[in-house]
Write a protein that binds this ligand. Structure first.
Ligand code: UDP
Length: 323
């Protein structure tokens, strides 16, 4: 297929692009390089530098590449930042995303795979979280993604735009070539590995008084390659649909640190800090629906495999993409 990956220079988009190319899809990347990195774009992909804030730019990219489907990763995705600057999240994730949808309608591109998040749910009543759980986001990031999911329903109903919305739990790990390098790193696993590399003196643990077995937050870490495979399967979905995407298992912050100590063999100092605003205590996915309907099966279930791949990448690229 011909695919346009919007936000393909970021962490998840870059690895989806790599996998699409590995599987023989004709793939182009559209990215403003605000969060992404030019070096994270696979050299086999055509690269178009452009910004979703400018409808003309995305419309021109769609007209020139004429894709069968779009994968949309271009968004801001930090819970903590969204609690300080909600406007940035609503503007970029909703308003700029609308430019993409309108440009798709105008150019008659009728299929979208959307990068959504478990943050749409907030603290759930039941675990693991199924697609039928009531969405009650507790931060503007989750709210912005939920709003976009609702918009997608209407674009399907009115314009016939078919979509698959994938609600990721915690994406982690790396491929051999591409990995996680955010300009301001807030994510747990890269932060712990940066301490292991000696680039940070210690890891700050945000909250040790949660109602979880060891007092720290529990998350469902999913290997980036498994996540990318789900996107490729989503290209074959018939009807518009929402899927939760995780492994069904959970690891606490303390467990992640212990696994990183074991895998890296390095000393990792920690400092206990207050809770980070907007963090739900526990988020674990039920991915039964995507397994049943698309035949998705995670290949890297264990936290160790995820951390091993991330550690390899961080050792190979200690300065990340260097920009
Ligand atoms: N966390 C932490 N120290 C860090 C980064 C994250 O204690 O330096 C915690 C964070 O509060 C959350 C968990 O690790 O409970 C996962 O955070 P991350 O930012 O990786 O993903 P999120 O679940 O927020 O998308």
């Amino acid at each position: 297929m011909k695919i346009l990956v919007v936000g393909g220079a970021g962490y998840i988009g870059s690895i989806c692009t790599e996998l699409l190319l590995d599987e023989g899809h004709n793939t182009a990347v559209f990215d403003n390089l605000g969060e992404g990195h030019r070096r994270a774009v696979d050299s086999r992909a055509k690269f178009i530098e452009g910004d979703l804030a400018d409808r003309k730019q995305i419309e021109a990219a769609l007209s020139s590449t004429r894709p069968d489907a779009v994968m949309h990763f271009a968004a801001n995705a930090l819970v903590s930042e969204s609690m300080r600057d909600p406007s940035k999240y609503f503007r970029n994730n909703i308003f700029n995303g609308l430019n993409l949808l309108d440009a798709m309608v105008a150019t008659r591109v009728g299929r979208l795979v959307f990068s959504s998040t478990c943050a749409i749910f907030g603290p759930p009543e039941r675990m693991p979280i199924k697609e039928t759980a009531q969405p009650r986001p507790i931060n503007p990031y989750g709210e912005s993604k939920l709003a976009f999911e609702k918009i997608l329903r209407w674009y399907d109903e009115i314009h016939g735009l078919k979509f698959v919305s994938l609600r990721y739990f915690n994406a982690a790990g790396a491929s051999g070539n591409f990995g996680e390098d955010h300009r301001v790193e807030t994510h747990l696993i890269p932060n712990v590995l940066n301490v292991a590399l000696g680039q940070k003196p210690h890891l700050e643990i945000y909250g040790t008084d949660y109602e979880t077995p060891d007092g720290t937050c529990v998350r469902d870490y999913i290997h980036i390659i498994d996540l990318a495979r789900a996107h490729i399967l989503a290209l074959g979905a018939g009807e518009s649909v929402f899927y939760n995407l995780g492994t069904g298992g959970g690891s606490s912050v303390h467990e992640v640190i212990a696994a990183c100590r074991k895998i890296t063999g390095r000393k990792i100092d920690t400092v206990e800090k207050p809770r980070r605003p907007g963090d739900p205590p526990r988020l674990i996915a039920s991915s039964e629906k995507i397994k049943r309907e698309l035949g998705w099966e995670p290949q890297f279930q264990s936290l160790d495999r995820i951390i091993e791949s991330a550690w390899k990448w961080h050792q190979k690229f200690p300065q990340g993409y260097g920009d």
